[in-house]
Structure formats: C-alpha cells, structure tokens
Write a protein that binds this ligand. Structure first.
Ligand code: PRP
Length: 187
C-alpha cells in the first residue's frame, strides 16, 4: 500500500496556542473544582480514545477523590481535518456505571456530534449523574446543542495538535497545544 501520510512538519515551527504551564494551571483548577463539587463521593472518568488520554491522565491526578477510569472509542476523523458527521462506537465501557457519578473526558468539543452520541449512550446506563470535561471547546463550530461542564480553554476555529491531539495520528505527545499551519511547508 502506498504511503499517503503528509510530510512531517516539526511542531517547533508551529505557533503555540497554550503552553504546558498554562494547560497545567487550568487542569489543576478543574481538578480542584471537581474535587470540591463531588466531595465525599466516588467518580468514574470515561476517556474518549485516543485524544483524551493525556488530559485524562493529568486530570485524574488533579482530582483528590476516589476515582476509576474507563475508556470508550468512537469512529475517528481519520486523516481528514473535518468531521464526517457519522459517529460509531468501536469500544464500549468495560464496567457498569449504573448509579455512579460519571464524567466523560474529551480533548476537544467541536461540532458536538461525538459527545451528543456518547452522552445519550451513557445516560442509557442510568448513571447517578453525568457531566462532561473537555480540554478545548470550539463553541463556534457546534452543530448540536451540547455544552461541557468543565472546560480548560474555549478556542477559535483553528486546527490544533499536541496534548493528545493529532494530525494524521502524529503530534499527540507534543507537550503544548499548537496550531497546525493551513498549508504546512513541504506540501
Ligand atoms: C476528536 C475529539 C473528539 C471529537 C470531537 O476525536 O477527540 O472525540 O473529535 O469532535 P466533534 O465534537 O466534532 O464530534 P478524533 O475523531 O480526532 O479522534 P482521536 O481522539 O482519536 O484523535
């Protein structure tokens, strides 16, 4: 099969939207807020693979409550920059959430189609409560009415990578959040 990957663009030449320090400060604040709001209770964090993995890892360590993790996977944008609109479950939760306090953890809330689908899916399991935490919120792109309860940053409609977010599966390990150029050099 031909290699159709676009050429690699060094993240160092991309503009930084949020630094590691700025992200860490917001994650700490949200972790503290969640710890206060759910004081004395146990919570289940459900990460949406793969983008949310890094945010979930940091958020879980900022929460000072009894908590467990689970993960779901849904159909991805693949290499395209825009959503196909169709959402399909690829991996369901492993453990029952009935009667539990659940927070779905996302890296980015864009059109809202993914979370709209996941919210309905999780509500069908009858959790005691269901909230949404997202690192980034592109509110202006929303196609369905859904809002996150915990948001690190609301951002404009730019394609971002890093802190779990990819372009063609690359850059998830970049520590800060950077803006992918429209026409990467070498294209
Ligand atoms: C991203 C992100 C959300 C979804 C948000 O996932 O992690 O799940 O898109 O977009 P929406 O609000 O328009 O539905 P992506 O498909 O890029 O997969 P990934 O998490 O594996 O990177």
């Amino acid at each position: 099969m031909a290699n159709t990957l676009p050429p690699y663009v060094a993240p160092e030449i991309m503009d930084v939207l949020y630094t590691q320090d700025q992200i860490a400060e917001r994650v700490r604040a949200i972790g503290k807020q969640i710890s206060e709001e759910y004081k004395g209770q146990s919570i289940v964090l459900i990460g949406v693979l793969k983008g949310a993995a890094i945010f979930l890892a940091d958020l879980a360590r900022a929460i000072t409550l009894d908590n467990t993790f689970d993960f779901v996977a849904v159909s991805s944008y693949g290499r395209a920059r825009v959503s196909s609109g169709a959402v399909k479950l690829i991996k369901d939760i492993d453990n029952p959430i009935e009667g539990k306090h659940v927070i779905i953890v996302e890296d980015i809330l864009d059109t809202g189609l993914t979370l709209n689908y996941l919210r309905d899916l999780m509500l069908a399991h009858k959790p005691a409560s269901l909230k949404i935490a997202t690192c980034l919120d592109k509110a202006e792109r929303r196609l369905v009415p859904i809002h996150a309860d915990y948001v690190c940053f609301e951002i404009p409609d730019r394609f971002v990578i890093g802190y779990g977010m990819d372009y063609a599966e690359r850059y998830r390990g970049v520590q800060d959040i950077r803006i992918m150029p429209e026409d990467p050099p070498g294209h």
